[in-house]
Design a protein around this ligand. Structure first.
Ligand code: BTN
Length: 247
């Protein structure tokens, strides 16, 4: 991972550039980096604020030989790798909010956007976008974001060395990924649960088809979130917007 690096100064978004590179045959582990994104993309069609020089805006290309339904596991793996790297490099107490947001306290520091290219039921490649607020100061965030996002620098009081962070992230990702391909999802599931902000919390979920309230109790063997409602029934949640209640 990270043997091949494509670095730009300014782009609209690293995601389409990574798709383009992948379609042209870029090797697995290629990363696309930019100092500035003018049209950074978040999940669910939201914009991703990506100002110049303060963040890590990167897209990673992987080509895992796994069946389509397992691709969400790659997002969980990425979240684990980012969380471990942040802990190691800064000592900050990071948590993962299902499925793929990295939090410090009650503020988001990193988001992950996984995009899939597949033919029939075969995975061609995945583009995993990682947006990490590294060196932003509070004054860098637009006012509507200031209450809900943070950066590693704000939390640790020290600037982050972005290049060594990315190197370490690539190493940790590779360790997790190699282990996953050989031995399966069990270790990721364990590490994800250990870092989880979500497990044990009361959540209100808005999925495409329903609204659901209950306690998040864990991941299943596939990486799907299990939520127990008031009647004790377990629901499996593949994809949803999650809200948290205090109790
Ligand atoms: C989210 O939490 O909504 C996901 C945010 C993902 C942002 C990253 S930054 C690098 C890559 N390029 C993009 O345009 N988006 C992802």
């Amino acid at each position: 991972i990270g043997q091949n690096v494509i670095a730009y100064d300014e782009v609209v978004s690293t995601q389409p550039l990574a798709h383009e590179a992948a379609a042209k045959g870029a090797v697995e582990g290629t990363i696309v980096l930019a100092e500035l994104q003018t049209g950074g993309k978040g999940r669910l069609g939201r914009p991703w604020h990506s100002p110049k020089g303060t963040g890590i805006w990167m897209s990673l290309i992987i080509r895992p030989a796994i069946p389509l339904p397992k691709t969400p596991q790659m997002t969980l793996l990425t979240a684990v790798a980012v969380a471990k790297t942040i802990r190691e490099e800064t000592g900050l107490p990071v948590k993962i909010k299902w499925p793929n947001d990295i939090f410090i306290g009650d503020k988001k520091v990193c988001g992950i956007l996984t995009e899939l290219n597949a033919e029939s039921d075969r995975v061609n490649y995945l583009v995993i976008g990682i947006g990490l607020n590294a060196n932003s100061l509070e004054s860098d965030f637009p006012s509507e974001l200031a209450q809900i996002v943070t950066s590693l620098r704000i939390e640790s009081g020290e600037p982050l060395k972005r290049v060594s962070f990315i190197q370490r992230l690539c190493q940790i990702f590779e360790e997790e990924y190699d282990h996953y391909l050989q031995a399966g999802f069990a270790r990721i599931k364990q590490e994800w649960e250990n870092h989880s902000y979500t497990i044990g919390k009361w959540v209100t979920l808005q999925t495409i088809s329903q609204q659901l309230e209950g306690r998040a109790v864990g991941l299943d063997e596939e990486g799907v979130l299990k939520v127990e409602d008031q009647t004790g029934q377990i629901h499996k949640v593949y994809s949803a917007d999650v809200n948290y209640r205090a109790n």
